[in-house]
Ligand binder design. Structure first.
Ligand SMILES: Cc1cc2nc3c(=O)[nH]c(=O)nc-3n(C[C@H](O)[C@H](O)[C@H](O)COP(=O)(O)OP(=O)(O)OC[C@H]3O[C@@H](n4cnc5c(N)ncnc54)[C@H](O)[C@@H]3O)c2cc1C
Length: 248
């Protein structure tokens, strides 16, 4: 048995055969404190009895009493096929310390978020947290976010497309651009098309998020991150104004 605490699966929503939302309630531990953008490390027992641990960015806000993740199944992976077998009530191991440095740069007020699919997780946590902070009067002036969220097909954006679209309608500080790179497989899709790196410059220019006043954050697929860094460096963003979180 592990010396680590556990968390119980309390809700699961499958967006497609390999993407979903997993919501856990920590048990036998205090709900861990964290900064939006950080990741938790969760584990399940492998065939040899050893725990397989992997990091997952937290979608939920520290103000919420559950820990939510947006997870992709890697078919031949060690941990995710085991996560896919979980049912409500099942438990995972969780490391009590939530860590990571992919956090909002507080001194800057304008932020460009670039995410492939599950790479949206840290940004959703930042956005939810800003709503709680504004509502509670802890934050006077909201940060402004331009959020480019890419996927091959729109269903991969899951429940988060709706959540973020609704927030962007309610608050002018969020501009949310979901974009689909395989529109021919998604005939109903009428929104933006192309990869994140194909459209990020267009929207940062359109909404006046420039190297003079903004920071870029790229999260998820390493190729997207590399390409976004190239595009934004050509838009004069210095290295230290481009933050990254590679998932693999
Ligand atoms: C800081 C951090 C935060 C992360 N947050 C999330 C998150 O919020 N959601 C999430 O789904 N994943 C996230 N990941 C990735 C996650 O930790 C695992 O790597 C992933 O779930 C695969 O685990 P696995 O054991 O099933 O596969 P593994 O056995 O670890 O990997 C098998 C192979 O697949 C590759 N691989 C891993 N992930 C992917 C992928 N998504 N697509 C294609 N190939 C891949 C690996 O490089 C490896 O070669 C994060 C990673 C890091 C470093």
């Amino acid at each position: 048995m592990s010396q680590f605490p556990q968390a119980e699966l309390i809700e699961r929503i499958d967006f497609s055969e390999d993407l979903g939302m997993f919501k856990f309630r920590p048990i036998d531990m205090q709900k861990p404190n964290f900064i939006p953008g950080q990741y938790a490390t969760i584990g399940l027992e492998g065939d040899d009895g050893k725990i397989i641990w992997r990091p997952y960015s937290i979608v939920s806000s520290p103000y919420e009493d559950f820990i939510e993740f947006y997870i992709e199944l890697v078919p031949n992976g060690k941990l995710t096929p085991r996560i896919w077998k979980l049912k409500v009530g099942d438990k995972v191991w969780i490391r009590p310390r939530i860590v990571g440095k992919f956090n909002l740069v507080q001194e800057v007020k304008k932020h460009i978020f670039a995410a492939t699919v599950t790479g949206a997780a840290p940004f959703i946590s930042m956005i939810r947290t800003q709503i709680y902070d504004l509502e509670a009067g802890r934050l006077k002036e909201p940060h402004r976010f331009l959020f480019i969220h890419g996927a091959s097909r729109s269903k991969e954006l899951g429940i988060y497309r709706n959540e973020l679209t609704e927030i962007s309608k309610k608050f002018d500080w969020l501009i949310y651009i979901p974009t689909v790179s395989r529109p021919w497989e998604d005939p109903e899709w009428t929104g933006e098309t192309g990869r994140v790196e194909d459209v990020i410059r267009k929207y940062s220019d359109m909404y006046l998020f420039s190297y003079k006043d903004s920071v870029v954050y790229a999260c998820g697929n390493p190729d997207m991150i590399q390409n976004v860094k190239g595009v934004m460096k050509r838009a004069k963003f210095p290295e230290d104004k481009i933050e990254e979180e590679k998932y693999y």
